[in-house]
Design a protein around this ligand. Structure first.
Ligand code: PLP
Length: 381
């Protein structure tokens, strides 16, 4: 925990769970990405944490923004960033939202099928928008990712040329390709694999007279939870090597879209133990109920995929297996049960518990008031 977060929490008077984000850590993360891949533009994935303070800081540092909706585009624009620094990176968009983005001046759009290309072309023609660039997302194996993104986004590699050819025919700029290797990707080789596919699609389209210009290498850069992860520098070196291997001296324009890797380790949630109980006298495992759960920020504990580091004031004491659950009346509001969490035997009702590395995908995953519990409070320092 940073000293700044510790000092802030010591001075805090209000009740209830809160996420505290240290902006210095976000700034360090941005610099690490910028240094690791100096020729690559960073488009921060706004969905990871759209707090205005984070967006303002990143805009000031020169970041661009990957947005999934009109609201995220407006959040990015509120920083003063010009719309040439914004991409509409969601492959699933309502046509009227495409129109709105075009009216705002956004010119970079993700697609993964012909129907989406047609929507963009129609809106561009209607609004007289010129130089509208599309990039086609292809399906990528997420092996090695702790939070894989499944088959929901992207088309088969062999379909991508057809999608981009249609874009070209309809007067759009068939600009490039994108992929996402899955979030919290600890296998650096995943980018090499994806770039093999990307370079082959580049060649196929070049043979058909279309010169692509850009590869968007997505997010996936990990944050440190319980296990150590390689540093951004190592990812940068490995990705650069793969770019040289597949594109030689004709490396295209490149983009990365870090979300988790930009803000994950910058945040800590302070929460409180509401109840500790056992289900029977014979039970070894204790149930520890916190005042935060799956519905107020900890959705990524779904399938127990993401295991957050947890700190208490009793960490030097003997630890016992605990099921960790949230406070709501929904029985799925249990964070860790399949693999119980080892917590101190001396932990008591009313104790504060710190959940580390929670800067990404927490506030935005909090419901607005399920069971009357307030959405996850958040502050940037
Ligand atoms: N880019 C796109 C298109 C995404 O869908 C996501 C996450 O869902 C990201 C970037 C950010 O990924 P990560 O948080 O793994 O860096």
């Amino acid at each position: 925990m940073t000293d700044r977060i510790r000092d802030f929490l010591r001075s805090r008077r209000e009740d209830g769970p809160i996420l505290v984000v240290d902006l210095n850590v976000v700034a360090e993360n941005f610099m690490k990405f910028a240094r690791a891949l100096p020729d690559t533009r960073v488009f921060y994935a706004v969905k990871a944490n759209p707090a205005p303070e984070i967006l303002n800081l990143l805009a000031e540092m020169g970041s661009c923004f990957d947005c999934a909706s009109v609201v995220e585009i407006e959040q990015a624009m509120a920083t003063g960033a010009s719309t040439d620094r914004i991409s509409f990176g969601n492959t699933i968009k309502k046509e009227k939202d495409i129109g709105r983005a075009l009216q705002y001046g956004v010119r970079l759009f993700a697609v993964d099928c012909e129907a989406e290309v047609e929507k963009i072309a129609r809106q561009a023609a209607l609004l007289g928008a010129r130089d509208v660039k599309v990039f086609c997302r292809f399906l990528q194996d997420c092996e090695g990712a702790e939070w894989p993104l499944s088959r929901k986004f992207g088309c088969a590699a062999e379909m991508a040329p057809r999608v981009l050819e249609l874009a070209h025919r309809l007067g759009l700029s068939a600009y490039g390709l994108s992929f996402h290797v899955g979030s919290q990707q600890t296998n650096m080789g995943a980018w090499d694999l994806a770039l093999t596919t990307a370079s082959s699609i580049f060649r196929t389209l070049a043979e058909r007279g279309i010169e692509l210009k850009m590869v968007n290498m997505g997010g996936g850069f990990p944050t440190k939870y319980l296990k150590d992860v390689p540093a951004a520098e190592a990812y940068g070196a490995s990705i650069f090597e793969a770019l040289i291997k597949h594109f030689g001296n004709r490396i295209p324009e490149t983009i990365i879209e870090p979300g988790r890797g930009m803000v994950g380790n910058a945040g800590i949630i302070e929460t409180e133990v509401v109840l500790i109980s056992k289900k029977s006298d014979a039970d070894e495992v204790r149930w520890v109920y916190l005042d935060i759960g799956k519905f107020h920020g900890l959705a990524e504990t779904m399938d127990e995929a993401i295991r957050y580091p947890i700190r208490t004031d009793h960490d030097a004491d003997e630890k016992v297996p605990c099921v960790l659950a949230g406070p709501t009346c929904d029985s799925v509001d249990v964070m860790y049960e399949k693999v119980p969490y080892m917590l101190p035997l001396s932990l008591e009702i009313g104790d504060k518990v710190l959940i580390e590395a929670t800067g990404a995908y927490t506030t935005t995953y909090s419901t607005v008031g399920f069971n009357g519990f307030a959405p996850l409070a958040s502050v940037c320092i």
